[in-house]
Design a protein. Structure first.
Length: 133
């Protein structure tokens, strides 16, 4: 989990922003996935722990949020697998000095008696290509 932003918004110093994460949090819009996302409470906790008086803008779609961040509309908290290509291409940078965030566990459940071939194939494919550990 990383705090990220567009280099056009937060500058670039190698793989990180030129601007310190706390300065960016105070001066730029802060985006999160929906309140149901496991990342939202992490962001809320970070804001409270640092006595920041800011509001969180919410976006319910990962692809839309990535686009908003790439376009420089603010900074956001996202998991590395969700933004790996944008970080590697330089479209997004990790915010300098940001604290380490806890790992987010990912669970999937399905019935053991699922007889539908499509579901079984999808689950097998997901297990094969998953970046979650």
């Amino acid at each position: 989990v990383l705090l990220v932003g567009s280099p056009a918004l937060v500058g670039r110093d190698g793989a990180h922003s030129a601007v310190d994460w706390l300065e960016a949090m105070r001066s730029q819009p802060v985006w999160s996935l929906s309140k149901e996302s496991p990342m939202h409470p992490i962001l809320v906790k970070l804001i409270k722990e640092n006595n920041l008086r800011i509001k969180i803008d919410v976006c319910g779609d990962v692809l839309t949020l990535k686009q908003l961040l790439r376009c420089g509309t603010g900074i956001g908290l996202m998991t590395y697998p969700m933004m790996e290509s944008e970080l590697k291409s330089g479209e997004l940078v990790a915010l300098k000095g940001a604290p380490a965030f806890p790992r987010i566990s990912f669970n999937a459940a399905w019935g053991m008696d699922q007889s539908q071939t499509v579901i079984r194939k999808l689950v097998a494919l997901a297990k094969t290509i998953s970046t979650f550990q």
